[in-house]
Design a protein around this ligand. Sequence first.
Ligand code: UDP
Length: 370
Amino acid sequence: MTNKYDYLIVGAGLSGSSMARLLTEAGKKVLVVEKRNEIGGNCATKDMNGITVHVYGPHIFHTSDVAAWEFINKYSETYPFINSPLANFHGKLYHMPFNMNTFHELWGVETPQQAKDKIWEETEKENIGEPKNLEEQAISMVGRTIYETLIKGYTEKQWGKDCKDLPASIIKRLPLRFEYNNNYFNDTYQCEVKGGFSKFIENLLEGIEVRLGVDYLANKKELDSLADQVIYTGRLDEYFDFSLGRLEWRSLRFDTEVKKMDDFQGNAVVNYTSREPAYTRITEHKHFDPYCQNHEETVVTYEYPDKFEEGKIPYYTLNDERNTALADSYREKAKAEPKVHFLGRLANYKYFDMDDTILEAMKLAKELLA
Ligand code: UDP
C-alpha cells in the first residue's frame, strides 16, 4: 500500500496547523511537513524556568470574530489578557496606544475636548491634505509631538527606513482613542493560552502526522507525489525560486535573558521609542501569565529589528508599491498551479493577525471541502 494523502501541508505554524485540523475534522488524510524542528511557527512558545516564553516576539490573540474565538477556545484553554504596552522615551514613560492617559502625560490635558483641541492645533499647522507616506499619515492623525515622541524613532528602527519612505498603512493599525483606556486592541475578545501558544498548536495537530526538519522545496517532487493537493504556507517568492525578483522582508533578532529578580519592568511589553537604544521593545514574559509561579526569576527579551537576508527568519512584510506589485505578479503565477493553495502570511505576503490567519484557513477549507 502506498502512502497516499489527500493533502500535504507545508508548514506547522498557525496557518498550516489550523488547516490540518480543519481538513482532518472533515475526514481528509493529511501530512504536515515542517522545515524547523519544532511546531508553532512564529507563535511558538517554550517553557524557561517555569515561565512561558514567546520565542519569536510577543503574541496576543485578539478578535471580534465569533468563529475565530470559538476555534481557539475549542483547541486550547484561554484566559483573558489585555495588552497595554508602555512606551519609554528617554526615560519617561507613556501609556499606549494613543489615548487620554498618553495625552495627559504629554500635555497635562484632562478632558477629551482639550486633547482634541491640542491635536487639532498641531495637525492644522502642518496642512498635509492626503497623506503620502507614514510620516504624513502619523502627523495628520496625531500631530507632531506624538509623532516625534512615540512614533518616529520606533518606526525607523523597526523598518530600517525613514518614515517618509514607508507606507501610511503600517501606522493605521494603531488605535487612537479619546478615553482613558490603555487596551492596545479594539477587539471584543482578547486572550493568552494556558501553557502557551505552542500548546494550542500541539492540540491542533493532535493525531495528525507531522514530519519535522523537512525542507519541502528541496524535496518537492517526492513530497508532491504523496498527496492529491498541497497547502503551501512558506514564502511566496521562494516557491517560484525568486523568478520574478525578491520580496522584501524585515527580520528580528531576540536577546533573551533570565534575570535573578522577581520583576524587571512591571509590564509585559515596554516599547523604546527613541532611536537609542537599538531595541524596539522589551518583553517580560511572566506578565502575560497569571499562572506563573516563579517569583524568584524573570525572563526578558530584548527585540532588535534586523535586515532580512537568506538564513534569517522573515517576520514582517513590507507592503510598499514595489513589493505589493511583485506579490501580485507572483499571485498571477500561482494561478497556474491548481494543485497548490497558498495560505498565510508568508505565502500571501500580507500582515495577518492571529485571528486573520485562522479565518483565512477556515475560508480555504470551506472552498476545498465544498
Ligand atoms: N509603532 C510606533 N510606536 C510604538 C509602537 C508601534 O510608532 O510604540 C508603529 C510602528 O511603525 C509599528 C506599527 O506602529 O511598525 C505597528 O505596531 P504594532 O504594535 O501593531 O506592531 P507589531 O506588534 O505587529 O510589531
